[in-house]
Design a protein around this ligand. Structure first.
Ligand code: ZN
Length: 464
């Protein structure tokens, strides 16, 4: 009965516009962590918004500077109800990518919510302010309904995820004792289909690198020098062609990985990617051969060229360009040795006579993680989410994208379960980022039900 009351209360929270006003207030903080002038906004988001919100819920909050000097702060908040109760750790990131303010359609501002039918536009609506706003509001609702939570909880909010989470690993290593928990439950990223409740339990890793070929100190007229000088753009194109075939199959020795345990194969066989409104059309012949599209994106390594430049594409000259640069990355699954990726690429380029092309690692790679789909916490969470929604839950062993999940899975040794509240077409990281109203409403209910069940007397995880 009380579970029903809690769900009714969260419905009211949405219907009375409180979810919108909470989120709108948070969207207004220009927490663009990749821009140098964002420091004050990053600090204010925690000082003025999240800490007061959690303090009012009886959390003890501490805001820590980042161990890396120019990176955003961390908020660590605890609400302890009893040593015999289970402890959950949750996480969100309050930073966003750049607003690209003048690129949004209909002159929308990224810094407040604009509603259009089912879509709520604004920078951070999907990634990640909307998602942690849902989870914290659900938590507050359970607290207000029950008077207590019935479990202990640690909240970590970081302000540098969009920069690759600088200092997160150091911070978690330093304060490991403060982040002991039985399970990690958080929300980021997309559902497999917009209306399909989803959990994922890890993510592919990502290794970002730059290839560079500098040949001449400046451009040289092609009439005077063509046929005499090396063209770096042509050489770079051949180097890239040696790394991947025209159908996206990786050719660098040691870079492919298509191994997966049966439980993972079985879980993936129940998933279906694409088919949402606005989803691009899938090329079923692209990438790793002999795999399904779902196996490719969740259980194989995939290589992309993210950008490629030679000369000046905005004003092409009749000249041999001085250099060429290509930005690439490899998304990779558990079982790939990330330390070997760069040496393997070096060996490949050398073997193919591209010794002059330099490789630079752009930042520390995010590591790949995965939890077995039949882990007891995964099974328990699926049960709670099904109870609230009456739907089957999609269970993804890992996300195709990348999250700083290795910090939680490895550094903190927690079973990690993510419950995403967005969808693949949400334009995160681009202009017109949005969250769906229908998904938000169902997510508010799912999370309220989940926090409720976690504190119920009959929870099987009552004691560690
Ligand atoms: Zn993001």
């Amino acid at each position: 009965m009380d579970r029903v009351k809690a769900l009714a209360r969260i419905d009211t929270y949405f219907q009375t516009g409180k979810f919108e006003s909470d989120l709108n207030r948070r969207i207004a903080f220009k927490t663009e962590s990749n821009l140098p002038n964002s420091v004050n906004a990053l600090q204010s988001y925690l000082d003025k918004e999240i800490a007061p919100y959690l303090s009012a819920m009886g959390f003890s909050c501490t805001i820590y500077p980042n161990p890396i000097t120019d990176a955003g702060p961390f908020l660590l908040a605890h609400r302890i109800e009893g040593a015999d109760l289970p402890t959950v750790m949750t996480y969100g990131h309050g930073d966003v990518v750049a607003g690209y303010d003048d690129q949004w359609k209909n002159k929308m501002s990224p810094w407040n919510i604009t509603k259009n039918d089912n879509r709520w536009y604004g920078r951070g609506t999907a990634d990640n302010k909307g998602q942690h706003t849902i989870n914290l509001a659900a938590l507050k609702t359970v607290l207000e309904t029950r008077g207590h939570l019935g479990f202990n909880i640690t909240v970590l909010i970081e302000m540098g995820e969009e920069r690759g989470s600088p200092g997160l690993k150091e911070f978690c290593t330093l304060h490991k004792e403060l982040m002991k928990a039985d399970v990690f439950i958080a929300s980021d990223g997309p559902r497999i289909q917009a209306e399909k409740p989803t959990i994922f339990m890890g993510s592919r890793g990502v290794f970002n690198f730059t290839l560079r070929l500098d040949v001449h100190s400046g451009g040289h007229h092609s009439g005077n020098w063509g046929g005499l000088l090396t063209n770096p753009g042509i050489v770079m194109a051949h180097a890239l062609a040696s790394m991947v075939d025209r159908n996206g199959k990786i050719l660098v020795e040691g870079w492919r990985n298509n191994e997966m345990p049966n439980s993972v194969r079985e879980a993936i066989s129940k998933l279906k990617v694409g088919g949402n409104e606005d989803d691009p059309k899938i090329n079923s012949n692209w990438g790793e051969p002999k795999m399904t599209p779902e196996e490719r994106v969740f259980a194989s390594n995939t290589f992309e060229i993210r950008a490629f430049e030679t000369g000046n594409p905005k004003s092409p000259a009749n000249a041999i360009p001085p250099n060429a640069v290509a930005f690439g990355h490899l998304r990779y699954v558990v079982g790939t040795d990330v330390e070997k990726l760069m040496p393997l690429l070096r060996a490949h380029l050398d073997k193919n006579n591209f010794n002059d092309i330099s490789i630079t690692k752009e930042r520390d790679p995010m590591l790949a993680t995965r939890l077995n789909p039949d882990h007891p916490w995964a099974v328990w969470i699926v049960k709670s989410l099904s109870k609230t929604t009456g739907k089957n839950i999609a269970v993804m062993p890992n996300l195709g994208g990348s999250l700083p999940n290795d910090v939680f899975a490895s550094t903190l040794s927690l079973p990690t379960i993510w419950i995403p509240h967005s969808y693949a077409g949400c334009s995160q990281h681009a202009p017109n980022e949005h969250i769906l109203e229908t998904v938000s409403r169902s997510a508010l209910r799912m999370m309220t039900g989940l926090w409720w069940d976690l504190g119920a007397e009959d929870t099987p995880y009552r004691r560690r």
